[in-house]
Design a protein around this ligand. Structure first.
Ligand SMILES: CC(C)(COP(=O)(O)OP(=O)(O)OC[C@H]1O[C@@H](n2cnc3c(N)ncnc32)[C@H](O)[C@@H]1OP(=O)(O)O)[C@@H](O)C(=O)NCCC(=O)NCCS
Length: 162
């Protein structure tokens, strides 16, 4: 940890709540802050209404405010993380790891054997987070993510056993 970085949140300070469609507006709001290709409210509702949807938000403070989300699906023995984000001002304090941990626990309880995701090859934070949590590269999708005014970037498919 660097000297001027705030410490990680104590898990007692953070609530991890199941995310259904009623969370779509706040998740879409956060998504728009974090991604060039943001998912709108309707797209997020559809994702959270899917029967296989498994998602969480994390909240801190009194009154509690939502500062992160994870959305994915668990189907048969595989689970997939489709999107994750933490408010920029609260990154590097353990919330991303907590969200992935919540998702992998839910996947395991649903008897999934592996969690998959894909991450853009230029997303250093995402790659570092998943690698730290034991995900390893399985394959690549060439030129998968468009980039405004630049060459598209590969998607790296990663997975971890649960
Ligand atoms: C990726 C993301 C969710 C990580 O969330 P986070 O709350 O900052 O992650 P954590 O604090 O739990 O980090 C856990 C570990 O991941 C690694 N890590 C996370 N962000 C990192 C960064 N910017 N640079 C290097 N390592 C990083 C570190 O090993 C870190 O542990 P450490 O802080 O003890 O060194 C966050 O950066 C984010 O929301 N980014 C924008 C959206 C995005 O890119 N989502 C992923 C799409 S695949």
């Amino acid at each position: 940890m660097t000297a001027n970085r705030p410490p990680p949140f104590d898990t007692k300070q953070v609530s991890l709540l199941w995310a259904g469609p009623e969370r779509a507006a706040e998740i879409a709001g956060m998504h728009a802050r974090m991604f060039e290709e943001a998912w709108d409210h309707i797209a997020v509702i559809k994702m959270l209404e899917h029967p296989a949807s498994t998602g969480f938000v994390c909240q801190i403070g009194i009154p509690k405010i939502t500062v992160g989300f994870i959305m994915g699906q668990v189907m048969a023995d595989e689970a997939e993380i489709l999107s994750i984000g933490v408010a920029p001002e609260l990154q590097r304090r353990g919330l991303g790891a907590l969200l992935v941990g919540g998702f992998t626990r839910a996947a395991k309880r649903a008897e999934a054997k592996r969690v998959f995701l894909d991450v853009a090859a230029d997303n250093a934070a995402g790659l570092a987070l998943y690698t730290k949590l034991g995900f390893t590269e399985q394959s690549r999708r060439k030129a998968y993510y468009p980039r405004k005014g630049a060459e598209p970037v590969d998607a790296i498919v990663m997975s971890v056993p649960v």
